[in-house]
Design a protein around this ligand. Structure first.
Ligand SMILES: Nc1ncnc2c1ncn2[C@@H]1O[C@H](COP(=O)(O)OP(=O)(O)O)[C@@H](O)[C@H]1O
Ligand SMILES: C[C@H](O)[C@H](O)[C@@H](O)C(=O)COP(=O)(O)O
Ligand SMILES: [Mg+2]
Length: 493
């Protein structure tokens, strides 16, 4: 039996075939496609039909490779949802989380229920685009027409199999689940005038969803495909794919977003975790992903989009290395960087406002982005250690961003932690691990993680290496200018 992962992030999607051969986990990307949102009449939308078509195309291609039977797992980004009416049709197109409709919604909702109460109920970080806030802004007539509210990965599974579920790792990111009651929180649903029954029954990683209904796709010759529920939230699958063998490790799922955190057997919901805005997204097999969203490679993706010359990401790293040491601190988690019209101009404007040198060249801007992301990662590790009481010995960076050795080196240098980088397709790898466990080819997740460690080349960055001394000097400069920046910002306000 072949196993295929569908991993769709904000910038790209891919189908990856995986299996265990000669004691190693082998993966092969068989189909990759672009993802992204477009603006129509002032609203940002995903193209969900495009994503479904690309999944089916990838399955048809697998058939041409000789795959007659397979299992399939689907993971995507979280928080966005699909409204499905009585006939099984979409009530409206799928709005993207970077849409501006929820810019002020947290303020509106916290007039009815405090942040402290919401956090104590859900343990979920406050992101302006959480499903709770999106549904608050949803047109009432749309919700009245809605029979089922589904997250994006659950909707894709439904369109393939006809089976409707609410997978818990993705559902937890809605900020609607009561972490003690392990179900949707009635107070929050009431605030939205939504019934619990509008969400399909829960499903859990390792459950079987159903078979792809080939009759739904008469134009394609598809393998017999059994869909298995994985960590439907891509970050849940990414964490599952982290090749950690020892204890006291943290992860950084580095893609469009940087998700940095630890795996916990219980939620961590304290005054401090609320203050630093950490979340307790549900993980696979009853774990919790205690983590924080950092703006991530979105920043460099948007910088790249506004450059006059076309660079690939490896070239941007080369340009950064050639540039002089970074002389400015930018808190890229500032909401102004969430979806500005022009990221290059926004970065330069921030530096002017905070009386810092303004980066001009591609290399200067790229170095500024990478340097400041590494600082934010290192600060987060400090926060995680302080909140959890754990000592973090190593940071596993996985996802596309794990290929950025400039950031890997810098993060090791300033965090003083050993950094392991890879696999870049950890999300797809974790997705496949869960399928292998469901198919009894692996006993448990640790066996899977050990297999990943022994199957992929994982780079190691030691904080004590001499090459990092120069970096530490740069960081002293950057952190000093950050302190000055924060002071200037507060003085200004
Ligand atoms: N060769 C590379 N060198 C450095 N960074 C890279 C490279 N390839 C990809 N990246 C980084 O990985 C990011 C995409 O990561 P990925 O995990 O595929 O994102 P997502 O899942 O959000 O679509 C890119 O935005 C880029 O910053
Ligand atoms: C909006 C959420 O925070 C987002 O889903 C994030 O958790 C995530 O899934 C990031 O995935 P990418 O692969 O797009 O970085
Ligand atoms: Mg991703």
């Amino acid at each position: 039996m072949t196993h295929i992962a569908v991993d769709i992030g904000a910038s790209s999607g891919r189908l990856v075939i995986g299996d265990i051969k000669n004691g190693k986990l082998t993966i092969e990307e068989i189909h990759r496609f672009a993802n992204g949102f477009t603006e129509r009449n002032g609203t940002y939308y995903w193209d969900i039909d495009h994503l479904l078509t690309e999944i089916v195309k990838g399955l048809a291609y697998a058939k041409t490779l000789g795959v007659k039977r397979c299992t399939l797992g689907i993971d995507t980004w979280a928080t966005d949802y699909v409204l499905v009416d009585q006939e099984g049709k979409r009530v409206q197109e799928v709005i993207a989380y970077r849409d501006k409709r929820t810019e002020r919604t947290i303020e509106k909702i916290t007039k009815h229920i405090s942040k402290k109460d919401i956090y104590e109920k859900t343990g979920i970080q406050f992101l302006s685009f959480n499903t709770l806030y999106q549904l608050y802004e949803e047109k009432k007539e749309n919700l009245e027409k809605t029979k089922m509210i589904m997250t994006v990965p659950d909707y894709l599974g439904y369109k393939l199999t006809g089976c409707a579920v609410t997978e818990v790792t993705s559902a937890s990111c809605t900020q609607l689940l009561n972490v003690k009651e392990k179900d949707f929180d009635q107070d929050l649903l009431q605030l939205l005038s939504i019934e619990r029954e509008q969400f399909p029954p829960f499903s859990y990683p390792g459950d079987m969803l159903g078979y792809v209904r080939n009759e739904y796709f008469p134009d394609y010759d598809l393998p017999e495909t059994k869909v298995i529920i994985v960590g439907s939230h891509d970050t849940a699958s990414a964490v599952a794919g982290v090749p950690a063998a020892e204890k006291n490790w943290a992860y950084l799922s580095s893609g469009t977003w940087s998700l940095i955190g630890i795996e916990s057997d219980a939620p961590i919901i304290t005054e401090k975790s609320l203050f630093y805005n950490y979340t307790n997204e549900w993980g696979v097999f009853g774990t919790y992903r205690f983590l924080k969203n950092i703006m991530g490679m979105w920043i460099i993706q948007e910088v790249r989009r506004h450059l006059t010359k076309d660079y690939n990401f490896a070239q941007m790293v080369d340009e950064a290395r050639k540039a002089p040491p970074c002389k400015q601190f930018i808190n890229f988690n500032d909401q102004r960087f969430f979806n500005p019209d022009n990221m290059v101009e926004e970065i330069q404007k921030y530096c002017r406002e905070t009386l810092q040198p303004v980066p001009q060249s591609t290399g200067e801007i790229a170095r500024c982005v990478f340097t400041n992301l590494a600082i934010l990662y290192s600060l987060s590790i400090d926060e995680i250690e302080s909140i959890s009481g754990r000592t973090i010995d190593s940071l596993y960076i996985v996802g596309g961003g794990s290929q950025n050795d400039f950031i890997n080196e810098m993060t090791a240098a300033v965090s003083r932690k050993t950094v392991f980088a890879g696999p870049s397709e950890a999300t797809a790898v974790g997705n496949i691990l869960i399928q292998l466990i469901a198919e009894k080819k692996l006993a448990n997740l640790q066996e899977g993680r050990n297999l990943v460690l022994n199957s992929f080349s994982i780079k190691r960055f030691d904080p004590r290496e001499s090459g990092n001394d120069a970096l530490k000097e740069q960081f002293k400069q950057a952190v000093f200018s950050w302190i000055c920046t924060e002071y200037r910002l507060h003085k200004k306000n």
